[in-house]
Every structure is written in structure tokens, then in C-alpha cells.
Design a binder for this molecule. Structure first.
Ligand code: ADP
Ligand code: ZN
Length: 745
């Protein structure tokens, strides 16, 4: 027999299958992690067996040296998935395979943990043995413990009862009273249980849970979208769907955004399902990560909870994948390969015969349009649990505040609501969106936002250049001295930070205690959980934070949410900004009034009449959806088109520029030929220019941005671009191709 091996070296030149002979005494199968002699000098390299075959044409074939892990580390389905990813994401086969296993497995950086266990030897009578040990009190005590347990005990455990007893244990083994074994143990992350009652589902919840159950039974790879307002009990639907899935003898994967992977979330699942849960996230130690992965691979866990990369968990009897907050951008990987967890999940449930459940209060436009077109099954939870109302949202026009002479961060309304909330001893959250800090340019008097003439995208202020720039086409404009619209001198770059907000609260309410949560205060490991539980306990009355406070938290005493500046993300230079802003505002507003106390939201904005702000105020997802999808259609933005970008970086600015321009010229010709006369219109945009961030760490950057209409010719056009890229990338320094790039900077 022969094996096709992908050698674990990430390089285009060796990213193909190499054939090796399988020695007769090696039980190699597909998926094994092996050592093979490689290259001149036959250095030992790690590799993955991706296929077996009976014959080989090569005359000089080397043997596989040895197997690393006794079981195949890759499932057949994972190998097929990696092969698909190679084409879909234009990555190396080995890069895709590496996602399927814990990093620690490679290079054998981590080993199984073994402990010695001891038990009473066969035929030993405890009574007689104890008498014989009168003169050795420690040995006697150990034997007593083991006799009492009536089972084997681990040596570390015995040491806990009886510190320093290892020599005594050894003596007992020598005397033949005990026998020893070594046993593998799994390093497990600490488990919390957060008790939630096993509620009887509401009618809407039952309908949703039944639909999921039917889809799991059918095992056709169906996708369901659960659209439920904040606090509508989506998590309870997940818990029931998982229980149904387990009852059918199948396994489940639950993905949550990394930021929601708090002990609270995991604790709710652990409380219901106990030991059958494995957790995968970035805060585990290397040993825990490796062992949780092995528990899954060896079939000791039935439910996997984790962040994005847990979508690759080696689950064989996969019945259900749940993706909570499916609209979150953290499901999109930003490193190589740039996979989308939702897409991988859909592939896996199809291949393994399961179902995919996407859940959100604000589904992505793409998912919702698929649900409306019947591609996905739409399930709805239109109301909060127990008839609790959604919070009331009041918008404040910050332009009016300015006219009235209030140029502080808080409007009169927000100050008033804040003092009411504080007076009755309830809690408030103040949300500030730092991503938009001091980037866009707008007029404080009339609300005018400086936009690009070609793209209908707001211009970004570049402090270093003292100019504004369009991040889509690269056009620049000077920072105007007066507002082009109202001619007043109030136009300037815009933005407020969390620290300023905290100061303002202290000025208004000197005795009120606050907590601040942003990337600056969250550097230390575990600080996120610490801060959240401090707020939960009521250590502070006001929590100030960025995006981090928007997600999934359930604070029963929070009755007020203040959104300090709702427009900041609205005007980011990205066609996804309206969608992201609506999602963010709805999620933040959803933090208010989740328990028995009704909630209020004060939304401060310079554009109260902007449709997105109006939909957010009404918390009207469906209205938002229909509006925004029309906007995308008008401007031919995705999903009606596809963006691609090719980034050139070089220490030598001229080289980057030359490479970019030449590449663009040839590529344009190739693309036009591929599209033909009939498809001429499909190429909506192809511009080669300096990247908006012109230099990063001393490297100059140029980029080509391509926008293609989504027609039946699109796959051929993309293929033409990727093939062209493969042929040309080595000719012009560092070049990266991105399909559907997440950023255009
Ligand atoms: P979502 O995930 O949609 O924001 P949750 O699942 O967190 O909502 O539910 C909101 C609250 O309602 C939680 O405190 C939860 O325990 C409670 N809850 C969920 N389902 C029920 C039910 N059927 N009956 C009573 N309470 C419920
Ligand atoms: Zn532009």
C-alpha cells in the first residue's frame, strides 16, 4: 500500500501530495499524523496522510518512518473540507489542514498527561496486610485508604491525603500489596455551573425547537435562521435543540463570539449537559486545549462550545451546529486562510448529515435574504420572554443641544435619565464606539458629512497628511475650513473616547462609582470576567465601554443604556457600516430592561433622521433589512457584487507601485477577455492605487480593488483572477489576494 502525504511545511513549492510506501508493520490509515523522510538528506518531517492507494508510478519511493499519534488525527470529511478550502479561499492545503488540529499537536510540543494509579493486588487480604504493616504507619495508612475506597487511587490524590507518601507507595508495590498502572488524564478547564431552570418553552420557542429537531432528523444539511429579538429566549431554544440532538444519538457544536465565551455562557450549558461538554477557546492552557480536543476526537464529548475555530472540531456524528450571534464579524477569520465559520459549518453539516442553526436578533443581510428566498428556514421569536417590553428608545439630536449652548458629551436628556437611574439605585451602561474615533469629518452645526465624489462613502481624516481620503478608491480632498453645506466653521474630525465619558460622569455625579471597559483596560488576562462580575455584583452603578459591553450580557439591574454617539460607525468608510451600526445599536439597546424592570435607551446622534438611526430607534429589523438591501442594490454593493483586493507591499516604494500598476494592466486585459463582450458590464471597478494606509512598519503599500457584478460569469472571472495571481505573484515581491476583503485600508 502507498500513502499520499501532505508534508507539514507551508510553502507553495511543496504544497502537493507526496507518495510514500507504507511498511507492512505500520497500521497507517487516512488521517494519520506521520513522520516521513523528506527532501535531499531525508530530513524527518511531519506530514498528514490524506489518501491511500494501491499503486504508484514513481520508481524510487521512500517509506513512512513512523506514526505520531496512535489514532488518525484527521477525519476523512475534514480532509475533503480542507481540499475544498484550498480552492475556495485560495490557500495552501496544509494551511487548511492545520486548522483541524490543535497547534500543540504539531512539532509534538505537548504530550498526554499520565498519572500513576495503584490498587490492591489480586489475592491480598486487607486485614492480614494491615497487621503485617504495624511497624510502618504511613504504609498502613495508605493501605487503609485504598481498602476503604475499594478501587484504584492515583498517586497524586494519595499525596493530597498523606503528603510525601510516594516512597511508602513504592514500598507497598515492592512488597506485593499494591499493583500499579499508568493512566491518561485529561487536563480540563475549570467548570462553572450557572443554574437556569429547565423552562417549559413558550409557543414560539417550541415551534422553533421542533423545526430544528426535524432538520436534525432529516440530516440533509438544512440551514435554519432563528431571528429572535434580544431577550426572546434564543439560548433556551439552543439548549432544547441540543438535548433533542443528543437523544437522536448525534453530537453538536455551538459557536459563540469569542467575547461572549464567559463563564456565564459556558456555565449555562454545563449546568444542563455536564461532563459531555468540551470547551475550545483561546484562554485555555496548551494542555487543556490539547486534551479537550482529544476528548472530542476520541468521542468522550458530545457537545463542543467554542469560538470561531471550534467549527473544525473533530466531531464524527455531527447532528447540529449552532452559531449564536451569527452576524458577528468575529466569525470571519482574518488570517490565512480567511474562512467564514458560517460557510464551513454549512459545508460540514451537509457532508456529515446534520443541520445548521443560525441565531441572532439582527441577522446579517445575507442570511436574512437567504431566509426570505427560501434557501434557509426562517424561525422567529418576535417577543421578549414573559411579555417584557423592549426598551423605549429616545433619540436626541445633538445639533439642537449645540444650538442651545450645550457642547458637552451628554445631552440634557441623558443627564436627566442618568440621575433618575442613579437616584433609584439601578444601573446604567454608557456605550461609546471607539472604532470610529476621530476618523470621519462632519459639521457640528448642520450634520453634513464629508463624502467621496465617486463612492458615496465618507472620507477618512488622515492626521499625518492633514488630508481626507476615500478608502475605496483612494481619492483625496483637503480638510475644508468651513462646511461645504452651511458655510459655518464647525466642520471637523469627530470622535469621543471612553476616558472622556468617564470623566464627564464623575464631574456630574462625583460620588457614583464607575467601571470602564475597553481594549486599554482589558489587557490583563481574566480582566474581562473580573470586570463583568464586579458590575454584576453592583460594585459600580455605571459601566462605560466600547463594543465589548454590547454583547449578550444579562444584567438584571440595568435599566438605562446611553449611546453617546450613535453615528460614529455609521460614517466609517465601508459599505457594511450601516448594517454594522444597526446591529450594534440594537444589541446595545437590548441590554436594557432584561429582567422585571423596564428599560430605557437614550440614543444621541447628529443625524436623527438617518434611516438607520430611525430603524434602530424603532428596533425594527425587518424595516431595516428592506431599506438596506435596496441601498445595496442601488449602489451594486454585495451581495449584488463581489469585491476583491490585491495588496502589494515592499520596502521600496517604487517597486510596490510598479508591481501593482503592471499587474493591474495585465490582469485587466485577462479579465476583459474572460468576461467577453457580453460580460463587459460585469467589471464595475478596477483601480490600482496607493493603499489608504500607505505604509505599515516601513513597508509601502499599493493595492488593486476590483468590484465584479454577481452574474453567472462571476465564478469564471474569480477563477481567472486566482489563476493569474498564481502565475504572477512571485514576480512582484509580497502580494496578497483577498476575496471579499474585510477591510479596504
Ligand atoms: P436571548 O438569547 O434571546 O437574548 P435568553 O435565552 O438569554 O434570550 O433569555 C432571556 C431570559 O429569559 C433569560 O433570563 C432566560 O432564562 C429566560 N427564559 C428563556 N426562556 C424562558 C421560558 N420559556 N420561560 C421563562 N423564562 C425563560
Ligand atoms: Zn471614492
Amino acid at each position: 500500500m502507498f500513502a499520499e502525504v501532505i508534508v507539514d511545511i507551508a510553502h507553495t513549492a511543496v504544497d502537493r501530495r507526496f507518495t510514500y510506501r507504507i511498511p507492512d508493520d505500520l497500521p497507517v490509515t487516512q488521517g494519520h499524523h506521520v513522520f516521513v523522510p523528506f527532501g535531499q538528506g531525508d530530513h524527518m518531517k511531519e506530514g498528514f496522510v490524506v489518501a491511500l492507494k494501491h499503486t504508484s508510478d514513481y520508481p524510487e519511493i521512500k517509506d513512512i518512518a513512523r506514526i505520531i499519534e496512535p489514532y488518525p488525527v484527521l477525519l476523512q470529511e475534514q480532509i475533503a473540507l480542507a481540499e475544498w478550502m484550498k480552492d475556495a479561499y485560495h490557500c495552501l492545503f496544509v494551511d487548511a489542514l492545520r486548522l483541524m488540529i490543535p497547534a500543540q499537536l504539531r512539532g509534538m510540543r505537548i504530550k498526554e498527561k499520565k498519572v500513576r494509579t495503584v490498587a490492591l493486588a489480586d489475592g491480598v487480604d486487607p486485614e492480614a496486610a494491615l497487621t503485617a504493616l504495624e511497624k510502618a504507619p504511613v504504609q498502613k495508612r495508605i493501605l487503609e485508604i485504598i481498602a476503604r475506597i475499594g478501587a484504584e487511587a492515583s498517586v497524586p490524590d494519595l499525596n493530597r491525603f498523606c503528603p510525601g507518601c510516594t516512597p511508602a507507595v513504592n514500598a507497598l508495590i515492592k512488597k506485593g500489596f499494591l499493583t500499579e498502572q499508568s493512566e491518561t488524564v485529561f487536563r480540563r478547564p475549570a467548570k462553572y455551573r450557572i443554574h437556569t431552570p429547565d423552562y417549559a418553552l413558550t409557543d414560539a420557542q417550541s415551534i422553533a425547537a421542533d423545526a430544528v429537531k426535524a432538520a436534525v432528523e432529516a440530516g440533509q444539511g438544512n440551514v435554519l435562521l432563528l431571528h429572535g429579538v434580544t431577550g426572546s429566549g434564543k439560548t433556551e431554544v439552543y439548549l432544547h435543540a441540543i438535548a433533542d440532538c443528543l437523544a437522536l444519538g448525534k453530537q453538536a457544536i455551538v459557536l459563540v463570539p469569542e467575547i461572549s465565551l464567559t463563564p456565564q455562557t459556558v456555565g449555562r450549558f454545563t449546568d444542563r449537559f455536564g461532563e459531555r461538554i468540551a470547551v475550545l477557546h483561546s484562554h485555555l492552557s496548551a494542555g487543556e486545549r490539547f486534551d479537550e480536543w482529544r476528548r472530542i476526537r476520541l468521542g468522550l464529548a458530545d457537545i463542543v462550545i467554542g469560538a470561531r475555530s471550534a467549527v473544525f472540531a473533530p466531531v464524527e456524528r455531527l447532528g447540529l451546529i449552532i452559531i449564536d450571534e451569527e452576524h458577528e464579524s468575529s466569525y470571519q477569520s482574518e488570517s490565512q486562510p480567511p474562512y467564514l465559520a458560517t460557510e464551513i459549518a454549512a459545508k460540514r453539516v451537509k457532508a456529515l448529515g446534520g443541520a445548521l442553526l443560525l441565531g441572532s436578533a439582527t441577522p446579517s443581510l445575507l442570511s436574512y435574504s437567504r431566509a426570505l428566498s427560501g434557501k434557509y428556514t426562517l424561525l422567529t421569536l418576535p417577543d421578549r420572554i414573559a411579555g417584557r417590553p423592549l426598551p423605549t428608545v429616545e433619540t436626541v439630536n445633538m445639533r439642537d443641544e449645540l444650538l442651545m449652548g450645550n457642547n458637552s458629551i451628554f445631552s440634557d436628556k441623558l443627564t436627566e435619565r442618568l440621575s433618575e437611574c442613579i437616584a433609584v439605585g439601578q444601573q446604567a451602561m454608557l456605550f461609546i464606539n471607539r472604532r470610529g474615533y476621530a476618523t470621519f469629518v462632519s459639521c457640528r452645526s448642520c450634520g453634513y458629512v464629508l463624502k467621496c465624489d465617486n463612492c458615496d462613502i465618507s472620507m477618512t481624516y488622515h492626521k499625518s497628511e492633514l488630508r481626507t481620503r476615500c478608502h475605496y478608491c483612494g481619492a483625496t480632498k483637503p480638510l475644508p475650513k468651513e462646511c461645504p453645506n452651511c458655510k459655518k466653521p464647525f466642520i471637523k474630525q469627530f470622535g469621543v473616547g471612553t476616558e472622556q465619558v468617564e470623566e464627564a460622569v464623575h464631574r456630574l455625579f462625583p460620588s457614583v462609582r464607575t467601571l470602564r471597559m475597553d481594549t486599554d483596560t482589558m489587557r490583563e488576562k481574566g480582566s474581562y470576567e473580573k470586570l463583568l462580575s464586579a458590575f454584576h455584583r453592583g460594585d459600580a452603578q455605571v459601566l462605560i465601554g466600547t463594543q465589548m459591553i454590547a454583547k449578550g450580557h444579562d444584567f438584571p439591574n440595568v435599566t438605562l443604556v446611553g449611546i453617546v454617539a450613535a453615528d460614529t460607525t455609521l460614517n466609517l468608510p465601508d459599505y457594511r457600516s450601516p448594517e454594522r451600526t444597526f446591529q450594534l445599536l440594537t444589541q446595545v439597546a437590548g441590554r436594557a430592561g432584561r429582567d422585571n424592570l423596564p428599560g430605557r435607551v437614550v440614543l444621541q446622534t447628529y443625524e436623527p433622521n438617518h434611516p438607520i438611526i430611525r430603524f434602530a430607534k424603532a428596533q425594527d429589523y425587518v424595516g431595516f433589512y428592506h431599506y438596506e438591501i435596496m441601498e445595496r442594490k442601488k449602489l451594486l454593493y454585495p451581495p449584488f457584487s463581489l469585491f476583491l483586493r490585491i495588496v502589494f507591499t515592499d520596502r521600496d516604494e517604487n517597486k510596490a507601485e510598479q508591481g501593482c500598476l503592471e499587474y493591474a494592466k495585465t490582469l485587466e486585459a485577462v479579465l476583459k477577455e474572460t468576461l467577453g463582450d457580453e460580460g463587459e458590464q460585469d467589471l464595475l471597478l478596477l483601480v490600482a492605487a496607493q493603499a489608504p494606509i500607505a505604509r505599515i512598519s516601513g513597508y509601502s503599500r499599493y493595492q488593486i480593488v476590483i468590484k465584479l457584478l454577481r452574474t453567472r460569469r462571476l465564478p469564471a472571472a474569480v477563477k481567472a483572477i486566482t489563476s493569474f495571481h498564481d502565475l504572477h505573484r512571485d514576480k512582484c515581491g509580497e502580494v496578497r489576494l483577498e476575496i471579499n476583503p474585510q477591510e479596504m485600508f
